[in-house]
Design a protein around this ligand. Structure first.
Ligand code: GLN
Length: 488
């Protein structure tokens, strides 16, 4: 049996019944990556020795009869913008190509405490800026369903690894859609938690008021397990929420009877691929047939979300990325004096998209433009938040597409940043509002997965998972693993 094909909760059962060992599970996942990663290129750094050593420790614990967590011995991957002590953390940027963090992110510590196995650090768009993983400073990750297409971004390596069997679960970060989009394009489950639910300590900052870490998984139950392992208050992240972490699997089987589902009409944008719209509408009909109640809602400020995001995110990025000066971290360019050294370091270290964002953000924050752009964007952000507050006064969850189309071709949008930005039109509003949103496979168009988005009010993750689980159980999308040619 190919263990790499199973879900975390299935592997956990086998492990607890002592039918397989954690080492066997890990070996299966590592062997799969040996075969397919030359094609898919999910990983920037692989850590097979550390993974096997960790798996061995789990087997020893189990042999001693010690209680272990649900993720114990289950191999997963981390996006390469999450700090791992002693293991390179590059953000897919040349400027951090050799950065080895002296400390662990909180999620890294939590996963270690849960005895999870980490098989590597996954590729991303440089500093998480992008929607296709083509902005990686190193190489492009390919979509396991069609290797001529992008896996989505920016957490493309994390999404592709789970879809291709190179990891059972993974973590990504989502600032404007970077977990949900690759989840949709790769046909797996992805969840952006409530802002503050998961600590950002040790996540390399892109736009701090929007960034949030969350899980990728093969099914909804696994997504709930991983979320439970990484959530919780952290005094090292001042924006972390001090609220108890529920058992996210507890409500999975509660159904959707009586639940009010809102359909925000503004999310069905012009230019949407007809099969994507049809799949979302069909999925909603199914949820209604299962007992949910449908309510049409309007969120009138949705049309301003993209512009608002690209002012706030770039402003925060320009400030966060100021620290990379060739002195404290990473790449240092040659220069005859300190200013030319700074200039060279940054010009050589940052790729074109990151440079574009730093310039846009610096402009939006500069005196004279601050009020017209940055301050205005903050005000519009409040209006967008109020749209959500109003909607959640009427409904329990909102359902919408993740993206207007299925995965696009590699190279199709690289020359046109605005076309790339438009991919996130349906995911960005929930980051601006800080609310949780989940991406769930809900169909295929021409062999490519389609993602449905389920959005809820703050800290409603358990409800999102409940709706997703109910839908998932009526389908077999989660039983399929992308067929990858095995390369010897
Ligand atoms: N594509 C969006 C951007 O480039 C979102 C990225 C993300 O969520 N990290 O900003």
């Amino acid at each position: 049996m190919d263990l790499f094909r199973l879900k975390a909760h299935e592997l956990q059962q086998k492990l607890f019944r002592r039918e397989v060992s954690a080492v066997e599970i890990t070996q299966s996942v590592l062997a799969r990556a040996d075969k397919v990663d030359s094609t898919i290129q999910s990983f920037i750094t692989r850590t097979p020795e550390a993974a096997l050593a960790q798996a061995k420790r789990v087997d020893e614990k189990l042999a001693r009869g010690e209680a272990v967590s649900p993720l114990a011995g289950i191999p997963g991957a981390l996006k390469d913008n999450m700090c791992t002590k002693g293991v390179k953390t590059t953000c897919a940027s040349k400027i951090l190509a050799n950065f080895v963090p002296p400390y662990d992110a909180t999620i890294t510590e939590k996963l270690a405490a849960a005895d999870a196995v980490i098989v590597g650090k996954a590729n991303l768009d440089e500093f998480a800026m992008g929607s296709s993983t083509e902005n990686s400073g190193f190489f492009v990750t390919r979509n396991p369903w069609d290797t001529d297409r992008v896996p989505g971004g920016s957490s493309g390596g994390s999404g592709a690894a789970v879809a291709a069997g190179e990891a059972i679960w993974s973590l990504g970060s989502d600032t404007g859609g970077s977990i949900r989009l690759p989840a949709a394009y790769c046909g797996v489950v992805g969840l952006k938690p409530t802002y503050g639910r998961v600590s950002r300590y040790g996540l390399v900052a892109y736009a701090s008021s929007l960034d949030q870490i969350g899980p990728f998984a093969r099914d909804v139950r696994d997504c709930a397990l991983v979320l439970g392992a990484i959530s919780g208050h952290d005094r090292r992240d001042s924006t972390s929420i001090n609220a108890p972490v529920p058992d996210y699997t507890a409500k999975l089987e509660s159904g959707v009877k009586g639940l009010k589902i809102g359909l925000p009409r503004e999310y069905f944008v012009a230019g949407m691929q007809p099969e994507v719209e049809a799949a979302i509408r069909r999925s909603i009909d199914e949820l209604v047939a299962m007992g949910a109640e449908l309510v049409e809602v309007s969120m009138p400020h949705t049309q301003y979300a993209l512009a608002t995001y690209y002012l706030i995110a770039t402003a925060e990025a320009s400030s966060n990325l100021g620290r990379y000066d060739g002195v404290g971290f990473g790449h240092r360019g040659e220069g005859s004096d300190i200013v030319s050294m700074y200039k060279r370091s940054r010009a050589e270290g940052f790729g074109p998209e990151v440079q574009r964002r730093i310039m846009l953000g610096t402009y939006a924050l500069s005196s004279g433009y601050y009020d017209a752009y940055y301050l205005k964007a903050l005000k519009v952000r409040t209006l967008i938040k109020q749209d959500f507050d109003r909607a959640f006064g009427q409904v329990d969850v909102l359902i919408a597409p993740i993206a207007p189309t299925t995965a696009f071709k590699i190279g199709e949008k690289v020359e046109d940043p605005l076309a790339m930005y438009l991919v996130d039109v349906c995911t960005i509003p929930s980051n601006l509002a800080g609310v949780p949103a989940l991406s769930l496979p809900c169909g295929f168009a021409d062999g490519l997965p389609i993602g449905m988005q389920i959005i809820g009010p703050h800290l409603s993750e358990a409800t999102l998972l409940q709706v997703a689980y109910t839908f998932e159980q009526a389908h077999d999308y989660h039983k399929q693993l992308a067929a990858i040619r095995e390369v010897d």
